[in-house]
Design a protein around this ligand. Structure first.
Ligand SMILES: [Zn+2]
Length: 236
């Protein structure tokens, strides 16, 4: 298996999957296949299990250390206050954002967030940075993975006018000249304002057929599926 992009950072492996890993949503595809893909991804990362959230486009951030192993809790971001919990987040056009921070004593903290239009505008990224700081996280780095780009993410004109009025970074135009939103640029602006160092992995889910895209599955008939952003302690 190879991921769309991955790196090692201070004893952690983090990255973003492509369609090659397979669909990771239990609500899509053949029964059992997503669980097999999840298991294979966990194994690839050197872990026995990889847990996912039930995502609802909220701005809620959950502490992964309090979650029973059998549960898939509802939230759109989660944090591992000591970095020990492998964290995964699912997307297909929304932004996957992975976080790493350290305390003043150099203990690691990790987080993963799902930032689509509603969650991004409701503050899921600011909330994640705030939670990292509450747990003592300093020098925060945020990796933004592949998502629908500003050239492709078309929205109705009235939505564009309403949302971009006080968020200039969000304003964009599709490559065919219609109103669009640049979620990546807005996420970058939000994270930088919150004091995080941003690493932009780039990549457009709608344009790149090696990724999964909800819009492209609806409009171009590409296979429906969900990608993941993952951050986990590197196996010893
Ligand atoms: Zn694009």
């Amino acid at each position: 298996m190879s991921l769309y992009w991955e790196t090692e950072h201070r004893g952690f492996r983090l990255g973003f999957t492509s369609a090659e890993t397979g669909n990771l949503s239990l609500n899509l595809g053949e029964a059992g296949s997503a669980q097999d893909h999840r298991n294979r991804l966990a194994e690839y990362l050197g872990h026995t299990e990889l847990k996912f959230l039930s995502q609802v486009h909220s701005a809620d951030v959950l502490d992964a250390s309090g979650v029973p192993v059998t549960e898939s809790p509802t939230a759109d971001a989660w944090i591992s206050p000591d970095g020990s919990h492998p964290l995964a987040i699912m997307v297909a056009d929304c932004l996957p954002v992975l976080f790493y921070a350290e305390t003043a004593q150099h203990s690691p903290l990790t987080a993963a967030a799902h930032a689509g239009r509603p969650g991004l505008l409701a503050g899921v990224l600011e909330n994640t940075v705030e939670q990292l700081r509450e747990y003592g996280g300093e020098s925060i780095t945020a990796w933004i993975g592949p998502a629908a780009c500003g050239d492709c993410y078309e929205v109705p004109e009235d939505m564009h006018a309403e949302l971009t009025a006080d968020r200039p970074a969000l304003a964009s135009t599709t490559s065919w000249g219609t109103p669009a939103l640049n979620l990546r640029a807005e996420a970058r602006a939000v994270l930088e304002t919150a004091g995080a160092d941003v690493v932009d992995i780039s990549g457009c889910t709608i344009e790149d057929p090696t990724l999964f895209s909800h819009r492209a599955s609806q409009q171009q008939g590409r296979p429906e599926g969900r990608l993941a952003g993952v951050i986990a302690p590197a196996a010893q």
